[in-house]
Ligand binder design. Structure first.
Ligand code: PMP
Length: 426
């Protein structure tokens, strides 16, 4: 008997599946979730006192690690002045200024409370702006649990093997056209057939919800060209890639400018935040300036804004981000080397502080089909071996991994020693 087990048994009497987000349930890897008691820097500790190097980081937002002292101080300061006002506060403008300085494609922003809200509102805005209804998305990309985007989606939908979701009206799903990721020719074909009906193309510019799959050369710029030719908007869902692929997101890294950007996670530093932003002429179609309705009681919440600002302050200081990227590169190279020595077929991907691990004979994994062909059983054994040795990966072969500025030499050594034993046991 351990405390995590007891808590999970009790949780299942009250919460659906014992969890509040489907991806947490360990369904794909077997066993039971560990319940986390606290986090500090790169480490988390469960309720039984076991410590793990954390490569999940709350699925990305903790870019400067757990309970960063400056983030905690900023949050405490904001909390002491009140939790929510439903009225403007100064911190909202400060965070918007910080984001705009890093994302030149954004003239105006709207803060929301989650990534799902950001993509949902971006689609409504794109439809309102263009007067068109169809959306193009890519197989294995996940953009939150928005009805029209739960079509051949990644993340938990992929992990749990759900092709679409009951409850999404077919009339809504039909407005979404799905294309293989990195397949510009297929996207071209869709535009040939439906160009004038397409309001927007939404893409994870580095796919992080079917493991981690970078864009092929010319894919993002090709999408830009197709959108320009047809009058559709290009939406980059940078909920995961923002402040991770580079400080200016994937758009800075690949030099492709979207019309709209969705952000989340990192800009709240672990508090519930999202945002959408873009050119003024598009953004000003939103209420109160324009007719496209969008609102939120907790949007721009002062505590969340304070956490986001402190996180961006720490992340953009001196060499902080560059060191985290270097640590990510070193981790991936070290894992590769240990897999090779153990004779385990293995491929990796890495962009900025995001990485992917694939149990496959292929050299590189470029799309959903290849991701689906990876050896999930091997991942399961690798995952559990690492967990037992104090390394916490996402409990699915289809999620990206993340590093923070708190991942250092010691965490790297701990991880690689554990991985060496895990590979040997496969
Ligand atoms: N877009 C992307 C790219 C995501 O990775 C996620 C969540 N993992 C979302 C949107 C949805 O964000 P949230 O879970 O905060 O609603």
């Amino acid at each position: 008997m351990n405390r995590s087990h007891e808590l999970f048994v009790e949780a299942q009497n009250h919460l659906v599946g014992g969890v509040n987000s489907a991806v947490r349930a360990f369904r794909a890897v077997g066993g039971e979730p560990v319940f986390i008691h606290r986090g500090e820097g790169a480490w988390i500790e469960d309720v039984d006192g076991r410590r793990y190097v954390d490569y999940v980081l709350s699925y990305g937002p903790l870019a400067v690690g757990h309970a960063h002292p400056e983030v905690v101080a900023a949050v405490c300061d904001a909390v002491a002045r009140g939790l929510s006002f439903g009225a403007p506060c100064e911190l909202e403008t400060h965070l918007a200024q910080r984001i705009k300085a890093l994302f030149p494609s954004i003239d105006r922003l709207r803060m929301v409370s989650s990534g799902t809200e950001a993509t949902m509102s971006a689609l409504r805005l794109a439809r309102g702006f263009t007067g068109r209804e169809r959306i193009v998305k890519f197989q294995g990309c996940y953009h939150g649990h928005v009805d029209s985007l739960l079509v051949q989606a990644g993340s938990g939908v992929l992990t749990l093997g759900i092709p679409g979701s009951p409850g999404v009206p077919s009339a809504v799903a039909q407005q979404t056209i799905t294309v293989p990721y990195n397949d510009l020719a297929a996207t071209n074909g869709v535009f040939d057939q439906h160009g004038p009906e397409i309001a927007a193309v939404i893409v994870e510019p580095v796919a992080g919800n079917m493991n981690c799959v970078p864009p092929a050369e010319g894919f993002l710029s090709g999408l830009r060209r197709l959108c320009d030719q047809s009058g559709a908007l290009l939406i980059f869902d940078e909920v995961m890639t923002g402040f991770r692929v580079s400080l200016g997101g994937a758009q800075a890294h690949y030099s492709v400018t979207p019309d709209l950007t969705c952000l989340g996670k990192v800009i709240g530093g672990g508090m519930p935040v999202g945002a959408l932003g873009g050119r003024s002429e598009i953004m000003e179609c939103l209420a109160p300036l324009g007719p496209v309705y969008q609102a939120g009681t907790l949007s721009g919440n002062p505590v969340a804004m304070a956490a986001g600002l402190a996180t961006l302050d720490a992340l953009t200081r001196a060499q902080a981000f560059d060191s985290a990227v270097a640590a990510t590169r070193a981790l991936v190279a070290g894992l590769h080397e240990r897999a090779r020595c153990a004779g385990v077929p293995f491929a990796t991907s890495q962009v900025g502080t995001m990485f992917g691990l694939f149990f496959t004979e292929a050299d590189a994994v470029t799309d959903f089909q290849r991701v689906s062909g990876c050896d999930v059983e091997r991942f399961r054994r690798f995952f559990h071996s690492l967990l037992e040795q104090g390394v916490y990966l996402a409990p699915s072969a289809f999620e990206a991994g993340f590093l923070s500025t708190a991942h250092d030499e010691q965490t790297l050594e701990h991880t690689l020693a554990a991985a060496e034993r895990a590979f040997a046991s496969l």
